[in-house]
Write a protein that binds this ligand. Structure first.
Ligand code: AAO
Length: 520
């Protein structure tokens, strides 16, 4: 069958090279939706409700969910968020809920036009020090010491230790591609993806999810897997479920590869397999909005490929992710997060207004940060939980924000409205650029939308060509259009497309955005 025979393996490589190559780059978002949101550590029941009550009605294209498969359960530290990055099997019970809850969520989100993308951990199992027992989310027994995972099943044969050449068995040098792919990342037991058996188990897991109706995968730790091995696994994947997707649709694949430059492994080795996370994007935009290293917003006129980022059609972009918002992964101190809300809203607004890449919005939980010598000692803290370790539901306050420590950045008016902006201007070119040679800039998207930023320490007062049809528009940052009234600033666009903008550097949010559907 499929991955297991050498013949079909050759066939799949051939098919992958000939046909599939661009197909896995398409997120298959429905009804002109564009942005996706990572609902980090949310329960399936809450995501299902969020699709129906908020994401569907506000035009979000999809949700990245936390890993749905069985994971280790840790006591020390107690129930860290990262326990879910330590698989025990491909059974579908996790901290977010049961298999039935997962299925129900996938169905309900698809029914309101919101896709589900699964965070797939296929590079490794749990940490080598994970012990023996059934401290796992479905209660499966395993033994990390002997590399026994009978619920898959995997045994010692299915791991890479024989290939790894470092003394510690760990990745010691990111300059050596063999180490990075054949040795252990953070002591996690490294699966031997060169084996047909392992490839088959991974494809089987992903296919179960595809058949349930997911639209694709965020694939974890791709830098640590050989692209050739991944080609075979992805070549075995089913087409998407035709209940919700056009016949012949391939799953959307976006690969986590941290390429900041200067290492042996580059993002472009993975371009043919799907999109790749562009980590330079958030790191650079954070530097620009913070005005570090002499950066100015006016320099972003050539934002995108002009800044040395990967080709547009390959990029998955984001301001922060679940790792770098707490000092894991890469990006460093410039990364903007909900902890810096004023700059963060501007940066997310910039990303959503700009045509480059498929954009992902982060939705976080708050935790009790505790810095010691610049490092957050509480970077491990898991989601809001009950005393028994179960994750708390996400309560919605009367003002539509979330309670109980859930930040819900995607519900912030400015961010939600910019996700809508991105849909309204979809397919329109970047146009009508203006800047003051400093930190005041503006750009449009054809005749469908226009955005103006003031990140200088003085007021902005300027008349600009917006490229938009004449009329009165409602600014979707300071407020929004409700019925035929505007709860924020109103912008008068003349028949020649020109409009006056005034943004104080003291405004709560020093940016203004208008679009075709915010016209009064
Ligand atoms: C936990 C414990 C470990 C323990 C392990 C096993 O923390 O001490 O050994 O359990 O018991 C998450 C957590 C980990 C956690 C793990 C398992 O973040 O703390 O380990 O779950 O529970 C590399 C990978 C990248 C990875 C990232 C965290 O390349 O794939 O590390 N991200 C994903 C997930 C992440 C998850 C895993 C993978 C594992 O998103 O949540 O881990 O499933 C360089 C390299 C990068 C490398 C970083 C960090 O980056 O380029 O590839 O990422 O180092 O090691 C500048 C450079 C930049 C450099 C960076 C270093 O920015 O420009 O290139 O500095 O800081």
């Amino acid at each position: 069958m499929w991955c297991s025979s050498r013949e079909s393996m050759r066939l799949f490589i051939l098919v992958a090279l000939l046909g599939l190559s661009r197909a896995q780059h398409n997120p298959h978002t429905k009804n002109g939706r564009t942005a996706i949101v990572h609902l980090f550590e949310w329960r399936w029941a809450d995501i299902a409700a969020e699709c129906e009550r908020f994401l569907g009605p506000n035009g979000f294209g999809g949700v990245q969910i936390s890993p749905p498969n069985e994971h280790i359960i840790l006591n020390n530290p107690w129930r860290p968020w990262w326990q879910r990055y330590q698989p025990i099997s491909y059974k579908l019970c996790s901290r977010s809920g049961t298999e039935n809850e997962l299925k129900d969520m996938i169905t309900r989100c698809n029914n309101v036009g919101v896709n589900i993308y699964v965070d797939a951990i296929i590079n490794h199992m749990c940490g080598a020090g994970g012990g023996e027992g059934n401290h796992s989310s479905c209660g499966s027994w395993f033994n990390a010491g002997t590399k026994d995972f009978p619920s898959v099943p995997y045994s010692g044969w299915d791991f890479n230790d024989n290939k790894c050449k470092t003394a510690s068995g760990e990745i010691e040098n990111y300059g050596d591609a063999y180490q990075v792919r054949d040795c252990r990342l953070a002591s996690l037991l490294d699966l031997a993806l060169e084996k047909d058996y392992v490839r088959g188990k991974l494809a089987e897991y992903m296919n179960v999810l595809i058949d349930m109706g997911v639209a694709g995968f965020r694939v974890d730790a791709c830098k640590h897997m050989w692209p050739g091995d991944m080609t075979v696994v992805f070549g075995c994947l089913h087409n998407l479920n035709t209940r919700w997707f056009p016949d012949g649709s391939k799953p959307f694949i976006y690969q986590e590869v941290i390429d900041m430059g200067g290492e042996s492994i580059t993002a472009k080795e993975y371009f043919h397999l799907g999109r790749v996370t562009e980590f330079k994007y958030g790191a650079k935009l954070g530097t620009v909005f913070r005005k570090w290293n002499g950066e100015k917003l006016c320099y972003t006129r050539s934002w995108g490929e002009g800044w040395g980022f990967m080709p547009d059609g390959n990029a998955l972009v984001f301001i922060d992710n679940h790792d770098n918002q707490r000092g894991h992964g890469a990006g460093g101190a410039s990364i903007l997060t909900f902890w810096d809300p004023r700059l963060y809203k501007m940066a997310v607004g910039y990303m959503l207004a700009h045509p480059y890449g498929v954009a992902r919005v982060m939705s976080s939980f708050r935790w009790n940060r505790h810095f010691v010598n610049g490092k957050d000692e509480n970077d491990w803290l898991g989601p809001p939980s009950n005393a028994d370790g179960s994750t708390k539901p996400v309560p919605i306050n009367p003002d539509q924000t979330c309670g109980d420590g859930w930040v819900c950045e995607h519900r912030w008016r400015q961010i939600k409205n910019m996700a809508i902006f991105r849909n309204v201007v979809n397919g329109q070119p970047h146009s009508n650029w203006w800047d003051n040679q400093n930190n005041q800039v503006a750009f449009g998207r054809g005749d469908r939308g226009f955005i103006v930023f003031n990140n200088d320490d003085w007021d902005l007062n300027v008349t600009l060509n917006t490229g938009m049809p004449g009329g009165t528009y409602c600014d979707v940052i300071s407020g929004q259009k409700e019925g035929n009234r505007c709860t924020g600033k109103q912008i008068q666009v003349d028949n020649d497309g020109r409009a006056h903008f005034s943004i104080s550097n003291k405004d709560e949010d020093p940016f203004v955005a208008i679009h075709a559907e915010s016209k009064l």
